[in-house]
Design a protein around this ligand. Sequence first.
Ligand SMILES: [Zn+2]
Ligand SMILES: [Zn+2]
Length: 431
Amino acid sequence: MKPDRGIPLISGLSLGQGIIDLLRSCDCVVRAELTGAVRRMDPVAHEVALVASVKAEDKLASVVHFLRDRGFAMRPVPDHLKIPQALKASMTRLIRAVPAPTSGRDHTVAVYLTFDFLFPAVWVYTTGDALHNEALYRLKMHHASTGNEAFHAVDEAQVYSAAGLPYILPEMREGYSMAQDPRKLMTAQLIRGDLHTHSVSSDGALTITETVLACLDLGYEYCAITDHSQSLHIAGGLSPDRLLSQRDEIAEVRKRFPEFMVLHGAEVDILDDGQLDYSKDILDGLDIVLASIHSNMRQHESQLTQRLLSAIHCPYVHIIGHPTGRWLGKRPSYPVDMLQIIEAAAREDVALELNASPHRLDLDPKWLRIAAEAGCLFAINSDAHKKDDLNRIADFGVTMAHKGWLMPDQVINTWPTLRLKSWLAAKKHRP
Ligand SMILES: [Zn+2]
Ligand SMILES: [Zn+2]
């Protein structure tokens, strides 16, 4: 996999919002929206793209002037986007370089201007990737005998219906994901609990009771408290003694919320040699074990792969946390043979995490698709360290699940309490 160079999604979203505000401040602009890879919620994008519309030709010149005054320069619409020629002819593209806040590299912002009656079609064709656009155009030509009728649409849904397709979510407008049945997709409402949260005991901001209350607010039926293990001193990792006293604390909280399942878990470090950071006795006493790598990520690929494989083969491990360890915009994935990991996780019935932190988005959707095909299970988790973080599952996790074509039944935290509980318990009792 290529290193994660480019614009991390959250930077792209905030940069894009700034340009939308700028465009909307221009009197001649009718509509301005985010488009391209950032609208598709790609974890990393190569440019931030916007589409804006005007009523008529003379207004177009005013907007071009407005943008040129603000450092934008006119450039042709690139061919590689596979935008139909008839539509491309109506579009004007302006770009500007914006300094990236952390990396020091410039980010490219592109604004596509068009006429308002073409806005939905231009929005569709600037959002989709080349494969999506090509397939959509072919279907449109096949479906509608008249040439460019579908470009005059009242909304995006009409652009798709002209090609005989249902509306496709922006995040799925890539590759051949139009083959997916939109009625079967993951939704935030299907999530019944969060299986990766940190409390004040390690580096989180919420008490266990506060976490439970926040999860109840989200309509959840269960959650797991998964603080760091002893070796991760920097994050206040719990010694076995502190972990045991946390068990007592959870027992008290359970009495207050009898209808809600609080799982006592841990995010256990996978040590440099592949051993886990707690003894078997301690692991056996936990309801759920996430195993993650937080240290020595500069090892050789074979060592890192072995560390993850050891964790997958440990009968106490239920989930591999943020499997590639990337931190978008800061740190690429560590080198690991992901195909081997996927195969082992599928065989050993260990779930792979879709960590919904916008800094991680790990596993990446590309790997999710391969892992889903290989029969893996997944847990879409927030890795919350504070209350707002719990919303990450809805804000980012479900979207990434769409991009990775995950079906609800493959996601263990859509399962009802009893099913999850028996799956968690079954792991420990294997021969
Ligand atoms: Zn972690
Ligand atoms: Zn964590």
